[in-house]
Design a protein around this ligand. Structure first.
Ligand SMILES: [Zn+2]
Length: 282
C-alpha cells in the first residue's frame, strides 16, 4: 500500500451506559468519545475521516423532535474540542482539507462537515440514500440531524462505489480503492447504520483499520461480546451488524498486526489518540 500519515484524536464526547455498549457490563455512564482521523496523503493532501461533534449539535437539537436526541444523549463539546480549533492550532486551515470521508451520518461523525467548505465528501450511496429518504421529523430517531449537513452537500458528494475501483477482498468480498492508488481502502461495514463504511490505510509504522461504529467496544470482535439488545432500536440492522462484527473478527485473525480502531472504544482509542497534532507518531 502507498503510505499516508495519520493523526487520531477526539472531538467531543457523549455519555452512554456501559451496559448498552456491552451487554452485562455495569450500567454506569461511560464517555463515548467522538474519534476522527486526520490523514496526510502524499498527493491528495489533507483528508478527514469523520468530523466529530461540534457545538452545532446544541443548535440542531434546540426544538422538538430533535430535542429528544439531546434529552436522551448528553453531549459535551466546546470550541477548543472541535476539529476546526484543533487543526488551526497546528497551522492547518479548514479550507486546506480537500477530502472528507464520512463513515455514516450520525451526529458524532458529521458535526464538523460545515467547517470544510473546500472539501469533496465521500460516503456510500446506501448511507446517503437513507438520509435523503428519511423525513426531517423521523431522522433524529436514527441519530441523524439533517441541520448538520451543508446546503451544497450533494454537489460536492462522491459515492465511494463510483470514486474508487472495486478490488477483491478475502474477508469482506470487496473493498474500494478510494483514490485508485492503493492508499485508502474503503470497506462496507453495515449494521449499526445503513451503508456504514470504514477505511484501511498504511502509515510509516503499521496498517490501521478505522471501523467507526462497526462495533462500539473491541470485545465485540475479540470475544463476541455484543451490545445490549435495547440498542437494536437505534441500529439499522442487527443481522447486518452481527455479520459485520464476524467479518472483523475474521479479519483480525488473518491480520493480527493491523491496528483496528472502533471509534468509541476507549480501550482501543486511548492508545492511539494524541492531544497535539503530530503526524509522525502513528
Ligand atoms: Zn458514533
Amino acid at each position: 500500500m502507498k503510505n499516508c500519515k495519520l493523526y487520531l484524536n477526539i472531538a467531543g464526547y457523549c455519555m452512554a451506559k456501559g451496559s448498552h455498549a456491552v451487554k452485562g457490563e455495569s450500567p454506569k455512564d461511560i464517555p463515548f468519545k467522538a474519534l476522527f482521523g486526520l490523514i496526510q496523503h502524499p498527493e491528495k493532501g489533507w483528508i478527514l475521516f469523520d468530523t466529530g461533534y461540534t457545538r452545532r449539535f446544541y443548535n440542531a437539537t434546540r426544538f422538538f423532535p430533535n430535542k429528544m436526541y439531546a434529552l436522551t444523549t448528553r453531549v459535551l463539546v466546546d470550541e477548543k474540542d472541535e476539529i476546526k480549533s484543533q487543526i488551526e492550532n497546528a497551522g492547518i486551515h479548514c479550507d486546506d482539507i480537500r477530502h472528507v470521508i464520512i463513515s455514516h451520518f450520525h451526529a458524532d461523525h458529521i458535526g464538523g462537515l460545515k467547517d470544510f467548505s473546500n472539501a469533496t465528501f465521500y460516503c456510500s450511496q446506501t448511507a446517503w440514500d437513507q438520509v435523503k429518504q428519511m423525513s426531517n421529523f423521523m431522522a433524529f430517531s436514527k441519530g441523524i440531524l439533517k441541520g448538520l449537513i451543508p446546503e451544497d452537500f450533494e454537489s460536492r458528494l462522491k459515492f465511494v462505489e463510483e470514486a474508487g475501483s472495486k478490488i477483491p477482498d478475502a474477508v469482506f468480498g470487496h473493498a474500494h480503492d478510494l483514490f485508485n492508488d492503493n492508499s485508502i481502502l474503503v470497506y462496507n461495514l453495515p449494521g449499526h447504520a445503513a451503508g456504514q463504511i470504514g477505511i484501511a490505510l498504511q502509515t510509516q509504522t503499521r496498517k490501521y483499520f478505522l471501523i467507526a461504529d462497526a462495533c462500539w467496544d473491541e470485545r465485540a470482535y475479540l470475544e463476541m461480546k455484543l451490545p445490549h439488545p435495547i440498542v437494536r432500536l437505534v441500529f439499522h440492522s442487527w443481522k447486518e451488524y452481527v455479520a459485520t462484527v464476524s467479518k472483523i473478527q475474521r479479519y483480525h485473525e488473518l491480520f493480527p498486526d493491523v491496528w483496528i480502531v472502533p471509534a468509541h472504544c476507549s480501550a482501543s482509542t486511548d492508545k492511539v489518540i494524541r492531544s497535539n497534532i503530530d503526524l509522525n507518531v502513528l
